[in-house]
Ligand binder design. Structure first.
Ligand code: NOJ
Length: 555
C-alpha cells in the first residue's frame, strides 16, 4: 500500500443525501454471518459483535437480507411480520443496538423489504384462509376460483419460479397465486390496504434509523389478471415491455412514487435499490429519483470473465445510470448465485444464466472439474475491477475471503425450496449461504455454534478471517486495501478508457488520475507508466501477470 491513505479524511456519518451513489455496500445474510447465542443460526447480536470487523473492512453500508419472523420456507423471504425481528435472531432492542453500533462506526444500514408476497403464516393470510371466497381478507391476496368440477383444477397452468405449480388450492374451490414457494402467497397491489401497510413498514424502519431499503422482486408487484388468464406458454411468448400480466408493468412505478414521498420526508432521504430483473432499457425507471432511486445491475454477475463483455457492460450501464440520474450498481456475488470465485474456475457457461455453475453443483462438485486457483485468481482481479468502477459496489459476505461455493451439502441438510421443487434440475442456493468461517478451526469455525445450520466444509478454515487477517497477500487484505484506497481516491462518477495493445487487456482511468489495468488473458503484459497502488497478484518481472489486475496512479 502507498502513502495515498495518509491523506484520507474520515467523514463522519452526516446528513449527506448522496452517500449511496458510490457506496461500498456489504450484504449480510444474517442467519449465516455470526451466531452470538450459539443456537446454530446467526443473529443480530452476532452482527453487532462484528461491527469492528465491518469497520476495518472499510465498507460504507450493510444491507441485511430478511431478519423478520419467518418459517424459513425461502431463507427468510417468506415474512410473517414485517415490523419485528425473528426471535431466533434477536429482538427489536437488539436491532436498535445493532443500528447504534453500525452508525457509531460510520456504517449505514439497508434492510430488505419483501412486498411481492408475505409468508403463509402472516396474520393476513391466516385470516384469508379462515374467510370465505369474496371476503375482504382474501382480497389482500390473489385468489381465483378453480376450473373444472368443484374448482378442482388450477385457474391456470402457471409454473412457480422455484418449479412446480404457481397456484395452490385452499379446499373450497379457490386457489391462490404464489409465484415463488407455496408458503409465499402473492399480495394484491390493487388493494389500498396493502399500500397503506407497506408505507407503515417503511416508516417503522426509517424511524428506527434505517438508511435505505433493498426491494425484493421490485418488478413484480403490479399485476394485471383478467377474468380469462393466459397459459404459461402464452405468457412466455409475451415481451416484458410493460404489457406482460406479471412483470415490469408501468403501474408499478405509481407504487414507488408513493414510497418516494415517505423516503423524502426523512433527513437525509431514505434510499432504495430495486431488485428488478428487467430488460436493461427499462431499468432507469426503477432508478429514477421519483421512484426507488437506484436499481441493481446484475450484468457483471451474469458475464464470463471476458474483456469485451466487461467493457461493453460498463459502457452500457454508465449510460443507463446517466439516463436515470442515478448511479449504477455493481454485483459479482449475492445470496442467489454461485460465488464468483467458483464461477470463474469452471468452464464457460457450465450451467445457465444466473445459475451459472449449476451443472457443477448438481454433480456434487465433481464435474466439470473446478480449477480453484484460477477461479480465485480471476475473482481477485474482477473484484478490483468492480471496486474501481464509478457507482456503488455490492460485496456479498464471504467474497472478501475469496470463498468458494460449497458443493458438498448432503440432500438431507439442504434448505432451499429451489432444491426441493426441482429434483435433479436445480441444487439450489445453499452453497453460497454456508456460515462464514471466522477462525481457522474450532467448532463452526468461530461462527459461534457447536454446529452451523448449514454444514461447513473442512477447507473453510484456510479461508477464515483469522487465517486471512494475518496474511498481507490474502483476499481479505486485498479487499481492505482496495476499499480504503477507493475511499481516498473515488472522485467523480466517470471513467475514461485507455487504449491497450491487446484485446484481452482493459485499462480505464478515473478523474483523480488513478485507474485499473486488468489482464483477462494468460500471457503477462507490460504495464503503462504509473505507480502501482495495489495488485491482485505479484508482477512477473515488472509485468502484469495473466488473469490479474493492478490499480495504477498516473506518474
Ligand atoms: C429474490 C431474493 O433475492 C431471493 O432470495 C428470493 O428467493 C426471491 N426474491 C423471492 O423472495
Amino acid at each position: 500500500m502507498t502513502d495515498v491513505l495518509e491523506t484520507t479524511v474520515t467523514t463522519p456519518l452526516a446528513d449527506d443525501a448522496t452517500w449511496w451513489r458510490q457506496a461500498a455496500v456489504y450484504q449480510i445474510y444474517p442467519r449465516s454471518f455470526a451466531d452470538a447465542n450459539a443456537d446454530g443460526i446467526g443473529d443480530l447480536p452476532g452482527i453487532t459483535a462484528r461491527v469492528p470487523y465491518l469497520r476495518d473492512l472499510g465498507i460504507d453500508a450493510v444491507w441485511l437480507s430478511p431478519f423478520y419472523p419467518s418459517a424459513l420456507a425461502d431463507g427468510g423471504y417468506d415474512v410473517d411480520d414485517y415490523r419485528d425481528v425473528d426471535p431466533r435472531l434477536g429482538t427489536l432492542a437488539d436491532f436498535d443496538a445493532m443500528v447504534d453500533a453500525l452508525h457509531g462506526a460510520g456504517i449505514r444500514i439497508i434492510v430488505d423489504i419483501v412486498p411481492n408476497h408475505t409468508s403463509d403464516r402472516h396474520e393476513w393470510f391466516v385470516e384469508a384462509l379462515a374467510s370465505p371466497a369474496g371476503s375482504a381478507a382474501r382480497a389482500r391476496y390473489i385468489f381465483r376460483d378453480g376450473l373444472g368440477p368443484n374448482g378442482s383444477l388450477p385457474p391456470a397452468d402457471w409454473t412457480s419460479a422455484f418449479g412446480g405449480p404457481a397456484w395452490e388450492p385452499v379446499g373450497d374451490g379457490q386457489w391462490y397465486l404464489h409465484y415463488f414457494a407455496t408458503e409465499q402467497p402473492d399480495l394484491n397491489w390493487d388493494n389500498p390496504e396493502v399500500h397503506e401497510d407497506f408505507l407503515t413498514t417503511l416508516r417503522f424502519w426509517s424511524d428506527r434509523g434505517v438508511d435505505g431499503f433493498r426491494i425484493d422482486v421490485a418488478h413484480g408487484l403490479a399485476k394485471r389478471l383478467d377474468a380469462e388468464l393466459p397459459t404459461q406458454a402464452e405468457m412466455d411468448a409475451m415481451p416484458k415491455d410493460g404489457g406482460h400480466p406479471l412483470w415490469d408493468r408501468d403501474e408499478v412505478h405509481e407504487i414507488y412514487a408513493e414510497w418516494r414521498r415517505v423516503f423524502d420526508s426523512y433527513t437525509p432521504p431514505r434510499t432504495a435499490v430495486a431488485e428488478a430483473w428487467v430488460d436493461s432499457s427499462r431499468r432507469p425507471r426503477y432508478a429514477s429519483p421519483d421512484g426507488l432511486g437506484q436499481a441493481f445491475n446484475f450484468d457483471l454477475l451474469e458475464s464470463e470473465f471476458d474483456a469485451a463483455e466487461f467493457r461493453s457492460i460498463v459502457t452500457a450501464n454508465l449510460a443507463l445510470a446517466a439516463a436515470s440520474g442515478s448511479s449504477t450498481t455493481w454485483v459479482l456475488s449475492n445470496h442467489d448465485v454461485v460465488r464468483h470465485a467458483t464461477r470463474y474456475g469452471l468452464p464457460p457457461r457450465s450451467g445457465i444464466d444466473e445459475k451459472h455453475g449449476s451443472q457443477w453443483l448438481l454433480s456434487g462438485g465433481v464435474t466439470p472439474v473446478l480449477d480453484r486457483e484460477q477461479g480465485l485468481r480471476r475473482a481477485r482481479a474482477a473484484s478490483l475491477f468492480m471496486l474501481a468502477l464509478p457507482g456503488s459496489a455490492y460485496v456479498y459476505q464471504g467474497e472478501e475471503l475469496g470463498l468458494h461455493e460449497v458443493a458438498e451439502i448432503p440432500a438431507a441438510e439442504r434448505q432451499d425450496p429451489a432444491f426441493f421443487r426441482n429434483p435433479g434440475i436445480d441444487i439450489g442456493r445453499d452453497g453460497c449461504r454456508v456460515p462464514i468461517p471466522w477462525t481457522r478451526d474450532g467448532s463452526s469455525f468461530g461462527f459461534g455454534a457447536e454446529s452451523a445450520h448449514l454444514p461447513q466444509p473442512s477447507w473453510f478454515g484456510d479461508s477464515s478471517v483469522e487465517a486471512e487477517a494475518a496474511d498481507p497477500a490474502s483476499t481479505l487484505s486485498l479487499y481492505r486495501d482496495a476499499l480504503a484506497l477507493r475511499h481516498a481516491l473515488q472522485g467523480a462518477e466517470e471513467l475514461e478508457w485507455v487504449t491497450t495493445d491487446r484485446a484481452d487487456v482493459l485499462h480505464f482511468r478515473r478523474p483523480n488520475g488513478w485507474g485499473i489495468v486488468l489482464n483477462f488473458g494468460t500471457e503477462p503484459v507490460a504495464l503503462p507508466a504509473g505507480e502501482v497502488l495495489i495488485a491482485s497478484a505479484s508482477l512477473v518481472g515488472g509485468r502484469l501477470a495473466g488473469e490479474s489486475a493492478v490499480w495504477l496512479r498516473a506518474a
